[in-house]
Design a protein around this ligand. Structure first.
Ligand SMILES: *Cc1c(COP(=O)(O)O)cnc(C)c1O
Length: 241
């Protein structure tokens, strides 16, 4: 068995255990293998080990990599999407986790009209309210939800968050709880379904599952360490390394 296959097996076992512990079915939780910065060959090893869903955070990188993988692989976008990349990105990804402003959502809707597509999205929320400025502040999201719901091409399927970096997984728990509670509040206030909660990465996905995650975004625990993106990506994509 390759190292990647062994890693996947371990992550899946931890997922099943966390689901069981919290009285959930593992079927409710989908693993998004975050393959950013990793070569197609490594992604192929994960695919061969049964992983079909992958996440990328840069459009150019994904455009180069996706054609090298089997067409049965599915792709989610998890990075910061620049408005001028939307047209290229829409056909590549089945779900956008990180829609972080009304302006971006409007742009995606506009391009989707032109291209005849129907993007599925999650709204990224900054539940910590400090440090990182990425994502909707919860009160802003509430104030802008009507406008978001007016974008006919977009399907809003849920919420996503990235908690502040912390030395231990337990530190993320309150942010995961906050995202789940915000989901309940928005669902009631706007009479909408928000079934997906994208939360949890290599260091804290077990805690995220305990708090209701339906999509966990795990990179390092599957593919190993990344070369720090900042060294070669001045645009500043989020990177946890
Ligand atoms: C890179 C990245 C991940 C994966 O992080 P790991 O710590 O390697 O598991 C998850 N989510 C987002 C948004 C990312 O950019």
């Amino acid at each position: 068995m390759t190292e990647i296959a062994a890693n996947l097996e371990r992550v899946r076992a931890q997922t099943a255990e966390a689901a069981k512990k919290s009285g959930r079915s593992s079927d409710e939780i989908e693993l998004v293998a975050i393959s950013k910065t990793h070569e197609a060959e490594k992604v192929r090893a994960a695919f061969d080990a049964g992983q079909q869903l992958f996440g990328e955070s840069r459009v150019q990188e994904a455009r180069a990599k996706i054609p090298l993988l089997p067409s049965a692989a599915r792709w989610h976008f998890v990075g910061r999407l620049q408005k001028n990349k939307v047209r290229h990105a829409l056909p590549l990804f089945e779900l956008f986790h990180s829609v972080d402003s009304l302006e971006l959502a409007q742009q995606m809707n506009r391009i989707a009209v032109e291209e005849g597509s129907r993007p599925r999205i999650l709204l990224e929320v900054n539940v910590a309210g400090e440090g990182s400025k990425i994502g909707f502040a919860p009160d802003v999201l509430s104030a802008e939800m009507e406008a978001l719901l007016d974008l006919p091409r977009l399907t809003i399927e849920g919420l996503m968050t990235i908690p502040p970096l912390a030395p231990e997984a337990e530190a993320s728990r309150r942010y995961f709880i906050a995202l789940r509670e915000l989901r309940e509040q928005l669902a009631a206030e706007f009479q909408m379904q928000l079934p997906q909660l994208s939360m949890g990465m290599s260091d804290d996905f077990v805690v995220a599952i305990e708090e209701g995650a339906t999509l966990v975004r795990v990179g390092t625990a599957i593919f190993g360490k990344r070369t720090p993106l900042r060294l070669r990506n001045p645009a500043g994509d989020f990177d946890a390394t």
